[in-house]
Design a protein around this ligand. Structure first.
Ligand code: AMP
Length: 116
């Protein structure tokens, strides 16, 4: 069963794709947390970082070079941005197709809130 992100990558469901090549696809998050919120997703269905294999290293590295390019195109390369990959339940991962959030366009505050 393809993930919702695989359907976006295959253009079977709509999304605002800002970058795509043979390894990764980047598109706007449907529920943005900041003025710039892009998801950068391997075209290969890797469920989470727990499932990354040695042969995926070129894909994982490519996520960063695409993040750099997308950050520049989105106008946040100089102002700053945060890259986040959630993994598993405690992180709040909702979609089990590995993805990097690129978030910026405002002051982002602390990385992780302290527990109450
Ligand atoms: P995570 O909690 O790290 O798994 O993040 C999943 C992200 O996917 C959330 O920020 C959602 O807003 C986003 N999302 C879910 N469905 C879609 C969709 N159809 N198009 C764009 N973003 C989506």
């Amino acid at each position: 069963m393809p993930t919702i992100f695989s359907k976006i990558i295959a253009k079977e469901i709509p999304a605002t794709i800002v970058y795509q090549d043979e390894l990764v696809t980047a598109f706007k998050d449907i529920n943005p947390s900041a003025p710039v919120h892009i998801l950068i997703v391997p075209n290969k269905e890797i469920a989470s970082t727990n499932d990354v294999q040695p042969e995926d290293e070129h894909i994982m590295g490519h996520l960063f070079t695409v993040a750099k390019q997308v950050a520049k195109e989105q106008g946040v390369a100089e102002s700053g941005y945060r890259l986040i990959i959630n993994n598993g339940s405690d992180s709040g991962q909702e979609v089990f197709h590995l993805h990097m959030h690129l978030i910026g366009g405002r002051k982002l505050g602390p990385l992780v809130h302290k527990a109450d």
